[in-house]
Design a binder for this molecule. Structure first.
Ligand SMILES: Cc1cc2nc3c(=O)[nH]c(=O)nc-3n(C[C@H](O)[C@H](O)[C@H](O)COP(=O)(O)OP(=O)(O)OC[C@H]3O[C@@H](n4cnc5c(N)ncnc54)[C@H](O)[C@@H]3O)c2cc1C
Length: 403
């Protein structure tokens, strides 16, 4: 049986960022990823100033900045159904915000990690305490087992590690979201903005990446019939509805002209409610979680990926105080494992309030956008959002500190 020091479950944004953060502290790790290759499919990802601070610490900010222009404003447009009127609100983004191609982000993180750190085609099926040591035994779907002294679950919303820690399953909202990219070979005429458009029950976003490329998402009302897996057909269905709702022509054209290969469909949105994030136990011995496995916060404030990168920086910083340069390799000593456990406890304490506030903000934003609450609840939601500084994007001011 193989034995490892730090094992990271999942090679998504958070798992790779954690491996890279540890590497930059001189600590080796092993990433187990269930896919057979790097999962770098399809959609854009908005990264606000807090995410860029984390990327700086990870040493990949500069090369990523070259792939995406600055977004300088938000524009919210609400086109009311059966009415000619349109409400519009525009405000500037005063801090750094860019929309990255997810592929660029994943590849930049993976490239900076030493070769051999990521092991593909390794899906963790079960986790048990290892009675012979102070760590855990991981069983893969192919039946092989790996011993880990420290285990960090970064396998997203359906995390086996989160289950091992006794966390409740994430909640889901059945809302299909079609995402993709549209290229304008002769340049587009849009401002460098994040446009959020509400038309009927559709919620559409458009983020400029460069002067010839935009990322978009179309959040559709729950369909009465099962959505097909044929993404071009989903796009055609969405286009029919958008045209029926007299959606602006530039939006209809953007969706129609999107690159079919870039289309990507999420059929439900996940979240862990803020009260769980505030109180759940995120550690058992030397096992913990990070990223969506810990705090899936839904896409409503575009912070899930950046919050996962912040986790990575804080966790590596804490672990570096307890783990030697061999990355907890060698025989597990009780004293060392206790120090690692304490370091993980520090990480959780440092992250708790930040993550609870992000979850609360996203939860309330989601309630407003998806659930159409009663006027009283709506008023209460707006009051909380004002307190949280949602419009000024206060959440983006956060600095996770130096690695
Ligand atoms: C529609 C939408 C829009 C979004 N927009 C934004 C945005 O603009 N900005 C932003 O910051 N965030 C955004 N997010 C959130 C962001 O995508 C997630 O927070 C982020 O991808 C989570 O990264 P992660 O690494 O924690 O998990 P994941 O990206 O889910 O990665 C988990 C990895 O673990 C692997 N895995 C799973 N199970 C196992 C297993 N048992 N064994 C081994 N490997 C396993 C998976 O294959 C995967 O590679 C959005 C989300 C959605 C749905």
């Amino acid at each position: 049986m193989e034995s490892h020091g730090i094992v990271i479950a999942g090679g998504g944004i958070c798992g790779l960022a954690t491996a890279l953060a540890l590497h930059r502290k001189g600590i080796p790790s092993l990433v187990l990823e269930k896919s057979s290759t790097l999962r770098a499919e399809g959609a854009g990802i908005g990264v606000q100033a807090n995410g860029w601070r984390a990327l700086e610490q990870l040493g990949v900010a500069q090369e990523l900045r070259e792939t995406a222009d600055l977004i300088t404003s938000y524009r919210d447009v609400w086109k009311q159904e059966n009415k000619q009127s349109t409400q519009e609100d525009e405000y500037s983004v005063r801090t750094e915000m860019r929309c990255l191609n997810r592929k660029d982000l994943i590849e930049a993180l993976a490239k900076a990690i030493p070769a051999g750190t990521i092991r593909y085609g390794c899906q963790i099926a079960a986790i048990h305490e290892d009675p012979g040591s102070h760590g855990t035994l991981l069983t893969m779907v192919d039946g092989t087992t790996i011993k880990a002294k420290v285990l960090i679950g970064c396998e997203g919303t359906y995390s086996v590690v989160a289950k091992y820690l006794g966390l409740a399953p994430v909640r889901t909202i059945p809302r299909p979201v079609l995402r993709g990219y549209t290229t304008y070979p002769h340049g587009h005429a849009f401002k460098n903005e994040f446009l959020r458009l509400r038309v009927g029950d559709f919620f559409i976003g458009r983020l400029t990446i460069t002067d010839t490329l935009v990322h978009f998402f179309v959040t559709m009302p729950t369909p009465s019939t099962e959505l097909t897996r044929d993404l071009k057909k989903v796009r055609d269905l969405a286009l029919e509805d958008l045209q029926g709702l007299q959606c602006p022509a530039e939006i209809v054209d953007m969706v129609r002209e999107s690159d079919p290969e870039s289309l990507n469909l999420v059929t439900r949105l996940w979240y862990r409610p803020p009260w769980e994030v505030a109180f759940a136990g995120f550690r058992k011995g030397t096992v913990t979680v990070a990223g969506d496995a810990m705090h899936a916060i839904g896409p409503f404030i575009g912070q899930g990926g950046s919050a996962g990168m912040e986790d990575a920086v804080v966790l590596a910083r804490s672990l570096a105080r307890a783990v030697g340069r061999d990355g907890a390799g060698g025989e597990a000593r009780q004293e060392e494992m206790e120090m690692v456990g304490e370091a993980i406890g520090e990480y959780i304490r440092e992250r708790r309030l930040r993550l609870a506030l992000l979850s609360l903000e996203s939860f309330i934003m989601g309630a407003l956008l998806v659930r159409s609450p009663s006027p009283v609840i709506k008023l209460a939601c707006v009051a909380v959002l004002i307190l949280l500084g949602s419009k000024s994007l206060r959440h983006a001011n956060y600095d996770c500190g130096r690695l």
